[in-house]
Design a protein around this ligand. Structure first.
Ligand code: NAD
Length: 365
């Protein structure tokens, strides 16, 4: 607020300004009092226009929090977000722009989803991967702590940290990332710990398994459910690489968003300033790609029948095995239940139905 002094009517205008400043201060104090009393936070979500980020924004708004988004819209979209949510369209690698946003927003908490998330791109271009996933993260961590953020939640990945595991891996499983993407997620967790200790912040790394659901980008290399949904709904065949006997732990996007909100709000004594807590977010249940394709095909077939489209579904075609694809990856979610009181609530059957329905409705819009 700018205070302008009028020398002619100094006493009168001085009194008016004093009243307006006074009421403004009282207004802000009441607002802060209510926010604190009801646990309402100001949260910045980086990557908030993307698949998982936009579900987190929805759930934060539902819980009554005040949310703003930082996203360069490289893979996310403004249309994933309600129009009332402010979006700063900037690259997290741009440290000055990031600092400006944090100076303005001064969030209580940050939920960091923005990332270069293609494993194959990270192999082709490890420098770009490190710029976004390490330098970008450091910019956001640095600005967060400089402007008073108390809690930082980071999107990590159980899949790339634990490698090939045939039974659900607990958080104590030694990390052995082999791709640059895996290395930068692991390094990201180390940076969280450093900032937590050095600048007295509470940090949480949520290690997701394979996330799927509405709004996932069907054009990337990951997101097999989105890719299969789009192909099969169009009456084309899905491509299965190798023998398809690759087991993954599929967790629904809304469940992952809920875990983020819990990690931001939770007052469990494990989550205290100066610490990093890494928590698996998965189901512990394995499904191979052949089974997954047949589930998605059944859902797509039902929708095509309902829509009077040819419902004779094509069987999958075989593609070459992808070098380096893990045979099996599963996460043990027991610690998430302990610390966050989180467990997955949507079964794979229900989640696939919701997802294929969503893609079908989106196509018809
Ligand atoms: N989807 C999964 O299965 C999965 C699994 C493990 C971890 N993760 C992690 O979860 C997070 C969210 O992934 P998602 O699946 O929602 O992907 P997404 O591509 O839908 O979302 C990422 C968002 O970040 C934005 N972004 C990318 N680079 C940016 C940059 N330099 N500056 C600003 N914004 C940038 C994109 O525009 C997008 O909106 C990522 O950190 C990813 O590594 C995802």
């Amino acid at each position: 607020m700018i205070f302008i002094r009028d020398m002619k009517n100094e006493s009168e205008s001085g009194a008016i300004h004093a009243i307006s400043i006074g009421s403004c201060v009282i207004g802000i104090s009441i607002f802060i009092f209510f926010c604190e009393a009801f646990g309402i936070m100001k949260v910045v979500v980086t990557g908030g226009a993307g698949f998982i980020g936009s579900h987190i924004v929805d759930q934060l708004l539902l819980a009554g929090h005040q949310v703003s988004v930082i996203d360069d819209l490289s893979s996310g979209s403004r249309t994933n977000l309600p129009s009332k949510v402010p979006v700063y369209q900037i690259n997290i690698v741009d440290s000055l722009a990031i600092a400006k946003v944090f100076k303005l927003e001064r969030p209580d908490a940050v939920c960091h989803q923005a990332a270069q998330m293609s494993v194959s791109r990270s192999v082709r271009d490890p420098l770009f991967d490190a710029q976004v996933n390490c330098l970008g993260l450091i910019n956001v961590l640095d600005a967060s702590t400089k402007y008073g953020c108390k809690r930082f939640v980071f999107a990590s990945s159980g899949g790339v940290l634990y490698g090939d595991v045939t039974s659900p891996a607990p958080e104590s499983t030694p990390a052995n990332p082999i791709s640059p993407y895996g290395i930068t997620k692991w390094t990201g967790e180390r940076y969280l710990k450093f900032f937590a200790i050095e600048r007295n912040m509470t940090t949480v790394a949520l290690r997701y398994s394979n996330v799927y659901g509405p709004r996932q980008n069907p054009h990337g290399e990951a997101g097999v459910v989105a890719i299969f949904s789009k192909k099969l709904l169009a009456g084309e065949s899905a491509t299965i690489n190798g023998d398809g006997a690759y087991v993954r732990d599929y967790v629904y996007g809304l469940d992952v968003a809920r875990a983020n909100v819990l990690a931001l709000e939770c007052s469990n004594p494990t989550l205290v300033p100066g610490t990093l807590t890494s928590i698996n977010i998965g189901t512990g249940l394995g499904t191979d790609v052949n089974e997954l394709e047949s589930h998605v095909r059944a859902e797509a077939s039902a929708i095509r029948t309902r829509n009077n489209q040819a419902h004779e579904m094509l069987l999958p075609t075989k593609g070459p095995a992808r070098a380096g694809d893990l045979r099996s990856n599963l996460l043990d979610p027991a610690f998430a239940l302990n610390v966050l009181n989180w467990k997955p609530s949507v079964t794979l059957a229900e989640g696939l139905k919701q997802t294929v329905d969503w893609f079908a409705n989106k196509e018809s819009v």
